[in-house]
Every structure is written in C-alpha cells, then in structure tokens.
Design a protein around this ligand. Structure first.
Ligand code: BLA
Length: 487
C-alpha cells in the first residue's frame, strides 16, 4: 500500500507501518539534511517544544553543536536506540532514516532509577533468574514477572508463535482483579507479517497512550527523498490505527512488546498492557527490557536444544532395543515384530505395519486396509502426515525397498484437541469485523480440531529415518556374512 492509504480489515496486512507519517504525541521529531544539518521536516509539535519555528533552522541552532556532533556519530552505529543523549531535559535519539536524512527523536526523560548501582544489582538479579530457569515454562514466567516489575504494567504475558503463526499465551503476570489470558490462542492476523518482520529489526515496541492521536510530520513527504519518512529505527513511530482500535477494544490504554527470537526467527513476544491510562516507560527501563528479551531468547535457544537432545537420546534408546531384537532374530521381519512397544517407541506411534517380501506383521493399532495403504506407497523418502483419512490419521512411512513393496509404516490415532481462541478466528478478518467492534470483540470461542493426529515431531521423523538406515546397514552386513558362509 502507498503510505497514507486508509486501512481497514481488508488491507491492513499491507499497511506500511514503517512510514506512518506521524509520531506518538509524547515526543517530538526533527529530520535534517545530514550535510547541511538544516531541518527539512518535523513533527507538528516541534515548534512548541523549541519555542520557535524549526523548519529551516539548523540542528546546532536548536540543540547545540556538541550534542549534534555526538548524535550524528551515534546515528552511524547499529543500535542508536540504546543510547540517547540528554539535551534540553529530553532524551534524544538519532538515526539515519534514508540517504542524507538524519532523524532526531526527542522524548521525555523518565524519573529513572535513583541509584545506578542498585539498578545494576536488580538487572543482575533478573538476568540470574532467567539463566537459572530449568524449563521454557519457568523461563517465560520469570521473564513476565521481571518485565512487569520493571515497567509497572497491569499485565505482562509471554506469547509463542505456533507453526501456522497463530499465537498462544504461555505465561502471565497480572493485577489480581483482571481476567486471565493464560492459555488463550490468538489468530495469526492479529500481528500481521510486516509487524513481525519489524520486531526482528527493532526489538521493542512501546505504545505510550492509545487515546491521544498521533502528531503528524510536516511536510508529510520528506523533501530530500520525496518519500514518507521511515521511522522503523526509532522509538516514537505512530501506531497503526487498526492496532489502536484493537487495543482499545481490549480495554488497554498503553502497551509494550519485546521480541523473542531464536535462530533469526520471531519465536514469540513478551508483551504487556496497561489499563489505567497512559504508561510511560522511560528509556532506561526499556533498554533493560530489551536486554531481558535478548537473554530470554538466548535461554530459549539453549533450552530448546537441550529438550531436542533429550528426546533424541530417548528415541535412540528405543532404536537400539529394536536393533538388538533384530540382531537376535533369524529374520528381520520377526525381529521387528518382536520389538513390539520399542518399535512403536522409535517415533511415538500407536501402531505399526512391517512388510518384507510380501510377509506382513502388525503391531498395536493399524488400519483395516493396511495392505492397500502399503501398496500405495511410492516414495523412497520417509514421509509423515498427520491428517490422512480414516481412524488413524497419523501415518509415518519409512520405505525399506519400494520396488519390492518393503516398508515400515507407523500409525497414530486421532487426537481431538480444543483450542480456546480469544476471539473468533478461522474466518477471514474481512468476514469477521467483530473484533474491531467494541461490543462484539474478544468473546472466547472454543474450536475443536478433529481428523488429525498429534503432529509428528521432526525428531520423531528423524528417528524413523535413522532406524531405516540402521536396518539397511544391518541387511548389508548380514548379506555379506551369508555370502562369506556360502563361499
Ligand atoms: C501489532 N498486534 C500487534 C502487537 C501485538 C498484537 C502484541 C505489537 C504491538 C503491541 O505491543 O501492542 C496483538 N495484542 C496482540 C495480541 C494480544 C495483544 C494477540 O494484547 C493478546 C493478548 N491487528 C489485527 C488485524 C490487523 C492488525 C486484523 O487484529 C490487520 C491485519 C494489525 N497489529 C496490527 C498492526 C500492528 C499490530 C499493523 C503493528 C502496530 C505498530 O507497530 O504500529
């Protein structure tokens, strides 16, 4: 969408949120020519802040030459947000919005911590808590608690994105009297892709006050670039009108979100609401929250890796047990069948079918038409599905020799789960303007998902593949032994 296009539920996923043409009203903005330092664009409230006309003035005239030099140097660095300079009783941030365009954002100075040493102690304690968290659940709960303590928000929660991009609230810290969000699911469209992408660049989104309208930039088109100013690196960027309406419908008056990322992907958010008016979170506290988000992300990565290797270890044990059985048996088919529960444990299945040279063995729950199913397998790769038709929608097929119709196939039964949505989802946003209607929005809605098994975890699919390779090696070795015997 072109900047300035009105957004509604049909086009908001294409809203250019980096170039909103305005800033949040608690701050002011100056955009200058990087070489001449002449101000060419400013927020409508800047004249009032400086008590003079700012357009046409130079940055040194407005802020002082020293400060401007330091800001200009800072703008070249990667993370200007983390380093404001204090000037005229304001925090000033600098960044390059485009070639030749130096932007200065000015924001009120917060009351800040009374003592730096004490604050450092608090930060160290908070980070220590995160480092010691034994599980992802503990980590998220602790992070939510720490962020709530730091910001004084009425509610802080941790949100994880699922593979289909919808989100679920895994931990929550809140004022006692508030209804819980814990466990609720939110559709992917609540946070559109461009907003997610921005979180990977600018890790913290602070929304000071949903009631006060944004302050426009004047002129709205930057004279140096001929384009709307890109505010994505800053801290004052005006908020999407759709999102403002969303927050109002939730009764929120201010909000703040911190990115959680693992392996360059947005894993989730630590996010908070205030319900009792504007909430100003000053720079020092935001910087600490950003740090919490980074450390939390690192711990997520470590805990997820630990979890994967634990599960890999458990599955490897089941595979060894199967191989031991096969080794002790005169036929692979009988050995696999005798492995029983261990064969199912290789990938957490409810049943399995093994067919080798037209002989079939069944373990646990298997479909009635298993032969037809095996005959239909054509891929030489391990293939997993969770929504096959029938009573056992989970099918994980590991071909041993496709041409001969030899396969191991595992099955999983249907797993009916209920998703508690915070508001009616599956319908397209367009068909469901409900959530932007203050009366109808945010009524929870239970969806029951049928016809699917629990998904096969990549670790389980990998384990099935490992067993297949091990059997292949085993077959070759045994053939060689036989050949040696016969020779
Ligand atoms: C942004 N949407 C967001 C953000 C959150 C949510 C957390 C980040 C900004 C912030 O911290 O407020 C979603 N907020 C939630 C969820 C909860 C919550 C899930 O409190 C649950 C408790 N939003 C819509 C639709 C559109 C939309 C249909 O519902 C349009 C497609 C847009 N959401 C939207 C946009 C942003 C956003 C554009 C970015 C706002 C900005 O940064 O300016």
């Amino acid at each position: 969408l072109e900047p300035g296009t009105p957004v509604d539920l049909t086009n908001c996923h294409r809203e250019p949120i980096r170039t909103p043409g305005g800033i949040q009203a608690h701050g002011a903005l100056l955009a200058a020519d990087e070489t001449t330092l002449e101000v060419v664009q400013a927020s409508a409230n800047a004249d009032q802040v400086f008590d003079r006309a700012v357009l046409g003035a130079t940055l040194p005239e407005l802020l002082g030459a020293d400060i401007v030099e330091q800001l200009r140097a800072g703008a070249a660095e990667a993370t200007p947000n983390l380093r404001p300079l204090r000037t005229r009783g304001l925090d000033a941030y600098a960044y390059r919005a485009a070639d030749r365009v130096l932007v200065i954002e000015l924001e009120p100075v917060g009351s800040g911590p009374a003592s730096l040493t004490r604050y450092q102690d608090e930060i160290a304690r908070a980070l220590g808590l995160l480092q010691d968290a034994p599980t992802i659940q503990d980590l998220l709960s602790r992070a939510a608690r720490v962020v709530r303590e730091l910001t004084g928000s009425d509610r802080v929660w941790a949100y994880r994105f699922e593979p289909d991009d919808h989100g679920v609230i895994l931990a929550e810290e809140k004022r006692e009297d508030l209804d819980a969000f814990l466990g609720l699911h939110y559709p992917a469209s609540d946070i559109p892709p461009q907003a997610r992408a921005l979180f990977l660049q600018n890790r913290l989104r602070f929304i000071h006050d949903v009631e006060t309208p944004a302050t426009p930039l004047e002129p709205v088109v930057n004279p140096l670039t001929g384009e709307w100013l890109d505010l994505s690196k800053g801290v004052l960027r005006a908020v999407s009108p759709i999102h403002i309406q969303y927050l109002k419908n939730m009764g929120a008056t201010a909000s703040m979100s911190i990115a959680l990322s693992v392996g360059g992907r947005l894993w989730g958010l630590i996010s908070g609401h205030h319900y009792s008016g504007p909430l100003f979170v000053p720079h020092e506290v935001r910087a600490t929250c950003e740090l919490i988000g980074i450390v939390c992300s690192m711990q997520l990565e470590a805990l997820e890796a630990l979890e994967v290797s634990r599960r890999q270890g458990a599955l490897a044990n089941r595979r060894s047990a199967v191989i031991d059985r096969v080794a002790a048996s005169s036929s692979i088919l009988d050995g696999l069948a005798a492995a029983g529960e261990d064969l199912l444990g290789v990938c957490g299945a409810d049943g399995a079918a093994i067919r080798i040279d037209d002989e079939l063995r069944l373990i646990g729950e298997t479909p009635a038409d298993v032969t037809a199913l095996l005959d239909g397998l054509t891929s030489a790769d391990v293939v997993a599905t969770a929504d096959a038709p029938g009573e056992l929608p989970g099918v994980l097929a590991a071909p041993l020799a496709v041409a001969r119709g030899n396969h191991i196939v595992w099955f999983r039964r249907e797993y009916v789960r209920t998703i508690e949505w915070a508001h009616a989802p599956k319908s397209l946003a367009v068909k469901e303007p409900d959530r932007l209607n203050p009366d109808g929005s945010f009524r929870t809605w239970a969806e029951s998902v049928k016809g699917e098994s629990k998904p096969w975890d990549p670790v389980e699919v990998e384990s099935a593949g490992e067993l297949r390779s091990a059997l292949g090696t085993f077959l070759i070795t045994r053939a060689e032994q036989l050949a040696a015997l016969n020779a």
